[in-house]
Design a protein around this ligand. Structure first.
Ligand code: SAM
Length: 272
């Protein structure tokens, strides 16, 4: 593929280190039985090897210069689908289910500016996936493997932990990319759980509660939930917290996933 000038706005840091590509491929372990979704194939550093394994590959690329070049590269190969689209706008379920009803693996060196949004999008349809292998900014990776009461622990940690086991597999230094980013990266593996880790009741409500609890990190859970106005009176909020066994003076960042699940189910009982 001819040299392409990177567009910063598209988070284009192309992998140039074959050693890192090989390590990602050995993690993904693609085979002809696999269906693999790649986000942002770019110039095809990872795509090429996924395709060579004989897997069914769908690659979504927003850059209008790159998508046609990739499509040309794999023309005539019916196992490869290059889709020129914005991953944040495209509906993944009809796209993937229209090609195979299998659970999909995801492999992606994500554009860092939208990595959290892409991850949340995957979490909206966790049943579509078996494993995700995502290259992220190391700092974002740290948030996904964080424990309660640390500064890294937050909304993304909890939303992800509900559906996936997350492990960090690889740290990648800036010199492995062109252009060279300012920060370290990490490759994380997300293994989909057969069912949500805990019963949160209505997941949309669970997400609203978690977001509210982390809305003002330095404030108590009481303050955050009161501010969110989920219930009308202080008495009702006090009762919900007490019946959930959670001290209202705690901060949201100290609550485990189990505790958020209890809180969410209790709020649901209150008619939310
Ligand atoms: N996979 C390639 C590699 O490892 O060299 C490129 C990775 S680069 C970090 C991110 C890629 O995502 C770029 O090719 C960029 O054009 C693409 N991209 C950026 N925003 C996107 C979006 N909203 N939807 C789909 N692709 C996007």
């Amino acid at each position: 593929m001819k040299a392409i000038k990177a567009i910063k706005m598209l988070g284009q840091n192309f992998l140039t280190d074959n050693n890192v590509v090989s390590r990602i491929i050995s993690l993904v372990a693609p085979s002809e039985n696999d269906c693999i979704l790649e986000i942002g194939p770019g110039q095809g550093a990872i795509t090429q090897e996924l395709v060579e394994s004989g897997a069914t590959v769908v690659a979504i690329e927003l850059d209008r210069r790159l998508a046609p070049l990739l499509a040309k590269e794999f023309v005539g190969n019916s196992m490869v689908h290059i889709v020129e689209a914005d991953v944040l706008k495209i509906e993944l379920r009809p796209l993937l289910a229209g090609i195979s009803s299998k659970r999909w693996k995801v492999a992606a060196n994500l554009p860092y500016n939208i990595s959290s949004q892409v991850l949340i999008k995957f979490l909206d349809t966790p049943d579509l996936f078996s494993d995700l292998y995502l290259m992220l900014q190391k700092e974002v990776g740290d948030r996904l493997t964080a424990h309660p009461s640390t500064k890294e622990y937050g909304i993304l940690t909890l939303f992800t932990r509900l559906h996936f086991d997350v492990t960090r597999e690889l740290i990648v230094k800036p010199g492995s990319f062109h252009p060279v980013p300012k920060v370290d990266s990490a490759v994380l593996r997300f293994r989909a759980l057969p069912a949500p880790r805990v019963d949160v009741g209505d997941e949309r409500l669970f997400r609203r509660i978690v977001k509210a609890a982390f809305g003002q990190r330095r404030k108590t859970l009481w303050n955050c939930l009161k501010h969110a106005e989920f219930v009308e009176t202080d008495e009702e909020l006090r009762l919900i917290l007490a019946e959930s066994g959670i001290d209202e003076k705690r901060r949201g960042e100290t609550l485990s996933l189990d505790e958020f699940a209890t809180l969410s189910r209790r709020f649901q009982l209150a008619g939310l």
